[in-house]
Design a protein around this ligand. Structure first.
Ligand code: NAP
Length: 251
């Protein structure tokens, strides 16, 4: 199954210090990638987990609340490993409030990290891909709220619905350069992002009752999908948002 082999490739993963980003960084390393891990605070076991696979880890600190660091992230990747082959736009935040009370701060904070920086980091990395003339893979992290409305998460739904549309647009423009732009839409995954939901017994039971697989997802559930979308196995897959949701959307 050589088409799934990522040996010698370099992947930038944002928000790699925890949760789904950590899981995807380790999975890409296990498939052969050196990892450029982008995080605000660092301090996690991701570098050790990546290095345990035999691959290298470059630690890049950046706050994606603004687009200021995007060129530095690409520069740091080139300085560390000489090339970039994969970008995983995973960093994301959520704010919960009734739409009637939703503030501009809760709107802007989420849109800036989840959509604005996703676009401008993708642009910076795609410019590098074009320069390298070897194509590349961009994998955005969408959500069930790319397909559904949700409740009390206005900016999150707007941003993740935007991620789905942007994935299609970028695929249309960049396929000609050999760049695949796709997204993974995780279902309900057990991470810090959903700790409050899981802590609410009633919501937890309601959610579990709707998941055909009968359990919350885990970061490891994204390992196969992210390796597929990063590898030559997906070379003819463009603009697709792949739900990894235990069957939630099929219900
Ligand atoms: P998480 O555990 O809260 O991790 C979020 C990651 O994003 C962290 O690494 C965080 O870094 C990083 N991040 C947030 N703001 C940032 C900023 N301004 N600059 C740089 N990095 C920043 O959440 P998760 O569940 O793993 O979520 C990862 C992605 O999956 C997000 O895009 C989320 O929307 C999406 N998602 C999650 C679920 C789920 O059920 N968990 C479902 C669908 C989609 P810090 O640690 O420094 O804050």
């Amino acid at each position: 199954m050589k088409t799934f082999d990522l040996g010698g490739k370099v992947a930038i993963v944002t928000g790699s210090n925890t949760g789904l980003g950590a899981g995807m960084a380790v999975a890409l390393a296990a498939a052969g990638c050196d990892i450029v891990g982008v995080s605000r605070a660092g301090a996690s076991d991701t570098p050790a987990r990546v290095e345990a696979t035999g691959r290298r880890f470059a630690d890049v600190r950046a706050d994606l609340a603004s687009t200021a660091p995007v060129d530095d992230i690409v520069r740091a990747a080139i300085e560390a490993f000489g090339r970039v082959d994969v970008l995983v736009n995973n960093a994301g935040i959520i704010r919960r409030e009734d739409a009637l009370a939703f503030t501009e701060d809760d709107w802007d904070a989420v849109m800036d990290v989840n959509l604005r920086s996703v676009f401008f980091l993708s642009q910076a990395v795609a410019r590098q891909f074009v320069k390298q003339q070897r194509g590349g893979k961009i994998i955005n992290v969408a959500s069930m709220l790319s397909f559904q409305g949700g409740i009390r998460v206005a900016s999150y739904t707007a941003s993740k619905s935007g991620v789905l549309g942007l994935t299609r647009l970028l695929a249309n423009e960049w396929a000609i350069h050999g760049i695949n732009v796709n997204a993974i839409a995780p279902g309900y995954m057990a991470t810090a992002n959903t700790a409050a939901l899981r802590g609410d017994v009633q919501r937890n039971d309601e959610i579990l009752a709707r998941i055909p697989a009968g359990r919350w997802g885990a970061p490891d559930d994204l390992a196969g999908p992210v390796v597929f979308l990063a590898s030559p196995a997906s070379d003819y897959v463009h603009g697709h948002t792949l739900a990894v949701d235990g069957g939630w959307l099929a219900r």
